[in-house]
Design a protein around this ligand. Structure first.
Ligand SMILES: Cc1ncc(COP(=O)(O)O)c(C=O)c1O
Length: 454
């Protein structure tokens, strides 16, 4: 490794960071993380912090998960790469597909299509949705519906169903035929409705209205995250996703669950869909499937969708999607080990217990700090604090204020994620009580400093 002085001197000079302004990265050089252990990360100065970001919602089992590391090492020695394009396969993907079928059985999903990450999974699911309708003779079903505030990655089709202007405006025009519905976000919504149950009904009515306006026969799929994540952790009311399922089924529209962050236990249930008692037609996964140690993803497909493809005799079902790294043997080996560890540790239970502790602690912080306008979470280890400069006007805080919270939290032992006026918390699912206490204490210190206290 180059020494700390070299790294600091060159930081952000010759690389552009994703989701950042290059000038901002030059003016405010990022923290350089060089090591990690358990659920803690260590920077180039040796400063150790609890990682309340969980990598990027992906390091669910922490940084010291030996079974996954060993599986990667062993696979690199045995078969470091071979493609699974037509005509070849590898032993790991076959075994992994069986394991995924068992894992997703309660969600009604039985076939896997492997990808290199979350955006890829979304892209493939959307493409397969159009293809499904074409095979069935409904070639006019090409449009997609999604939620404002939703995040589905940055490929152009995925960005087109994204519901956040930050990922859209500079890249427009995006794909035609993608339309958005208000998110069930009680703190801010066009209906001025603060009651989550009533708001869910209003959003469902908006969905029905949009479907009729577009004509159901033109719509391929509706895509949503079971709990909106990057858009600021927005858990919908429990009636919302079942309501979406019902409306989609009524109109022959496929429901794609974007489970890139919610699959594998984060909500306190094994999947976000199971959390709400819904079976989707497809689910997009990635991230925690390999504990973040290898770029990998899988689109899971329901039996009835798969049967349309598998029963086709016209040739239309030939899949024209796939990546060089689809089904990578090293990624598949990592995923097999990761799924075994995920099941052995039953991480969903810890996510539920530590999530409840985290949410209760954040409620206490909301009582203490007027900067917290809205607190969202209460479903496993995913929470957000939306910061405002005045509670009555709900005015979002400026960058400096939230920057202070971030810096002081870091200095006092916790890495948090800032996204606009939101602080997003998504720690590894193996955090212990003491780590959650550290996170809460750091946030308390950061919020006090930002509001002019100690
Ligand atoms: C719900 C959701 N979908 C898709 C993606 C995109 O995944 P990736 O960054 O691996 O392409 C993300 C990433 O955070 C996500 O949260």
């Amino acid at each position: 490794m180059k020494d700390a002085n070299f790294l600091k001197a060159h930081n952000a000079k010759h690389l552009w960071h994703p989701m950042s302004h290059p000038a901002d990265s030059l003016a405010n050089p990022p923290d350089i993380i060089v090591e990690a252990e358990g659920v803690e990360i260590i920077d180039v100065d040796g400063h150790r912090t609890v990682d309340a970001v969980g990598g990027l919602w992906n390091v669910n089992l922490g940084y010291s998960c030996d079974p996954v590391k060993q599986a990667i090492r062993a696979q690199l020695d045995r078969l470091p790469y071979y493609s699974i394009f037509r005509g070849t396969s590898n032993d790991n993907v076959i075994e992994l597909a069986e394991m995924l079928r068992d894992f997703f059985e309660p969600d009604g999903l039985s076939r896997a299509f492997f990808t290199s990450g979350g955006s890829d999974s979304v892209e493939v699911a959307l493409r397969l949705a159009r293809q499904y309708h074409k095979i069935r003779g409904e070639a006019g079903r090409v449009k997609f519906l999604s939620l404002k505030k939703g995040y589905h990655g940055t490929h152009t089709l995925a960005a087109s169903v994204n519901g956040n202007a930050n990922f859209r405006t500079q890249y427009e025009p995006l794909m035609p035929g993608c339309h958005h519905i208000p998110a069930p976000y009680p703190y801010r919504n066009p209906f001025n409705e603060t009651d989550p149950a009533r708001l869910a009904q209003l959003c469902l009515a908006a969905l029905e209205d949009e479907i009729r306006f577009q004509d159901p026969a033109t719509i391929a799929a509706f895509i949503m995250e079971p709990v909106l994540g990057a858009g600021g952790v927005i858990p919908p009311h429990e009636s919302f996703m079942p309501g979406v399922r019902e409306i989609c089924s009524k109109h022959g529209i496929l429901l794609i669950a974007d489970e890139v962050i919610t699959a594998f236990g984060r909500t306190g249930s094994w999947t976000g869909c199971r959390h709400w008692g819904v079976q989707p037609d497809m689910a997009c996964t990635a991230k925690a499937i390999t504990n973040g140690y290898f770029p990998f993803g899988a689109v899971m497909i329901a039996d009835h969708v798969a049967e349309v493809f598998e029963g086709d005799t016209s040739g239309k079902a030939a899949i024209g999607s796939g990546y060089t790294y689809s089904g990578h043997p090293v990624g598949a080996a990592a995923a097999i080990a990761c799924l075994r560890e995920t099941a052995r540790l039953q991480v969903k239970d810890n996510a539920a217990a530590r999530g409840a502790q985290m949410f209760a602690g954040l409620q206490a912080l909301q009582d203490k700090h007027p900067l917290i306008g809205d607190l969202r979470g209460g479903h496993g280890l995913m929470c957000a604090l939306e910061l405002v400069s005045d509670r009555a006007g709900k005015t979002p805080v400026d960058k400096k204020t939230i920057g202070t919270v971030h810096r002081v939290a870091y200095e006092t032992g916790t890495m948090i994620r800032v996204s606009g006026p939101n602080i997003i918390l998504s720690p590894p699912l193996v955090v212990k009580e003491g780590h959650v206490e550290t996170m809460l204490a750091s946030l308390d210190a950061g919020l006090s400093a930002a509001s002019g206290g100690d």
